[in-house]
Design a protein around this ligand. Structure first.
Ligand code: GLN
Length: 539
């Protein structure tokens, strides 16, 4: 079958959940047996989001091949169980860089290099790159930003051109917003009409409209939108706020989005998508009533998206453990020896978040000391694991000034230090230890028990590491290095075996946790938290 291309654009406002709609579509097509991939085109100039502060763009997601990617790729993986790569996320920066490199090499043979055709051709080449591998029946391309943005114009022009070239192998899905005006008690279609007009002005006629809304949109109103926007009435679909993002694929299927889409590319849909395992997850999700209360200690607590993959991995793990996730964000800058008991006392488990830099770090040590001494299930991820090591060095090994050289370059006890290969690096973008690396786990350790095996591969994003000069002292005092990279002997996992669950991973297991294949480590952590909750001494 020829590869079919689906473009997902957005209008009216950002944050409507284009990533969730794209992921839901991919989920449904995959459940119908098609080979699917999703890619995101982001109109900003950064080469990748690796250099972006979480305040700018939420979490930075990492692919197996070590690309620092937009957080929507996390949704793609969680919804489809398919791994993405650097080819699945392209920014304007990457496009421009490629064009400029080609210009310098003389590839344009003396031509004036312009947005059209050179930049748009480069975009088109990238749009089709995954399709050209022959591995996919469907390539879904989400265009970041909102129609009307200056930044996204070259991308939309490329979509316009591709629509002609691809003929029937192309579908455009446009996501808009239908606001509810409380004072008038009315839903309003005007912003959608404007947004579609804007798209039409750029030469793109959407085939399917998905309307985000907080309230049901009456059939008559949908018909009116269809009429105004040149879209068939059945292809105007509503996406009402759902209790969970994981409900969206089923909601879309109930309105036949997958069938409508298949017909647009001349495929007569046969049977139904196999959503059985997905629906089993939803049943668990909707039946869970008992809460498990997890505290996440980090410095970006006011930002919903900063720890996206951790939130989702925890949510999946709680669901599979038949519990409701009650996630409490704890601002690491506000944890002090005076208030730590108050902040920690009703938690069933604690996560110490990843991160960079000094801000909030001392609060993480205070929280960790409390958790270690009170044997609360505790999970340190990346910087969180490094903090576990530093706290143990200071308070158990008695190395009062122990630190990471990231925070204190002149510390006498550099228990966490810059990796050898990082020492000569000065460029910040894409230069960390990134992507999936092998890790051998010690047989009999809690972490090996959690995975049910001793060889795993997980994704990394860091420059600093456990300093092996101190390994023996830690081991003797009770902090065991139970996971290491078989080739370099870098320590990847530490644990306190005599504790309920006190594990730190240099890697990020949250990146590989999906709905259909949740992270074994998160499952085990949440289970330990539930056991702890059920066996807590009554006050
Ligand atoms: N800042 C630490 C490092 O670079 C940890 C990074 C992280 O938590 N992702 O090693």
């Amino acid at each position: 079958m020829e590869t079919k291309y689906i473009f997902v654009t957005g209008g009216v406002v950002s944050s409507l959940g284009k990533g969730i709609i794209s992921s839901s579509l991919a989920c449904l097509l995959k459940a119908r047996g098609y080979n699917v991939t999703i890619q995101k085109f982001d109109p900003y100039i950064n080469i990748d989001p690796g250099t972006l502060n979480p305040y700018e763009h939420g979490e930075c997601y990492v692919t197996v091949d070590g690309h620092e990617a937009d957080l929507d790729l996390g949704h793609y993986e969680r919804f489809t169980n398919i791994q993405t790569t650097r080819a699945n996320n392209v920014t304007s920066g990457r496009i421009f860089q490629n064009v400029i490199d080609k210009e310098r090499r003389g590839d344009y043979l003396g031509k004036t290099v312009q947005i059209i055709p050179h930049v748009t051709d480069e975009i088109k080449r990238n749009v089709k790159a995954l399709g050209n591998t022959g591995n996919f029946d469907f390539v879904i391309t989400e265009i970041g930003g909102t129609v009307g943005d200056i930044e996204s114009q070259p991308f939309l022009e490329a979509v316009r051109q591709l629509r002609w070239e691809l003929e029937d192998n192309c579908v455009c899905v446009h996501l808009t917003y239908v606001p509810y005006i409380h004072a008038a008690k009315e839903l309003k279609t005007k912003p959608t009409q404007h947004s579609v007009k804007q798209l039409q002005q750029l030469g793109i006629q959407p085939d399917i409209l998905v309307l985000r809304t907080e309230h049901d949109i009456p059939a008559g109103m949908r018909k009116k939108i269809a009429q105004f926007c040149n879209v068939s009435p059945d292809a105007v679909i509503q996406s009402v706020d759902a209790p969970s993002i994981y409900d969206v694929p089923v909601m879309m299927h109930e309105q036949h989005l997958d069938e409508i889409l298949l017909r647009k590319v001349n495929i007569e849909p046969k049977g139904q998508p196999n959503m059985t395992p997905w629906k089993e997850f939803l049943t668990k999700m909707h039946s869970a009533t008992a809460p498990v209360k997890i505290g996440l200690v980090g410095k970006y607590v006011e930002l919903q998206d900063a720890y996206k993959s951790i939130n989702e991995a925890l949510f999946q793990a709680a669901t599979y453990n038949d519990h409701l996730l009650d996630l409490k964000y704890i601002h690491s800058e506000r944890v002090t020896p005076e208030n730590v008991e108050e902040q920690m006392k009703d938690l069933d488990g604690v996560i110490i978040a990843p991160g960079f830099g000094q801000r909030g770090i001392e609060g993480k040590f205070v929280a960790l000391e409390w958790c270690r001494k009170h044997d609360i299930p505790t999970f340190g991820i990346c910087l969180g694991m490094q903090c576990m090591v530093i706290e143990f060095a200071r308070n158990v090994l008695g190395l009062k000034e122990a630190n990471s050289t990231e925070m204190a370059p002149n510390t006498p006890d550099n228990v966490i230090d810059l990796m050898e290969e990082q020492k000569s690096i000065s460029n910040m973008g894409g230069t960390m230890r990134l992507g999936a690396y092998d890790c051998s786990l010690k047989p009999g350790s809690k972490v090996a028990e959690a995975y049910g095996k001793t060889e795993v591969k997980e994704r990394h994003r860091h420059r600093f590491e456990f300093n092996n000069d101190y390994r023996e002292r830690f081991e003797q005092a009770g902090m065991k290095c139970v996971g290491e990279n078989p080739a370099t002997h870098l320590v990847e996992v530490v644990e306190l075996p005599d504790h309920r669950w006190f594990i730190g991973t240099q890697y990020h297991p949250e990146y590989s946790s999906t709905v259909l294949s949740p992270s074994p480590l998160f499952l085990s952590f949440v289970k330990a938290a539930i056991d702890y909750k059920n066996n807590k001494p009554k006050e």
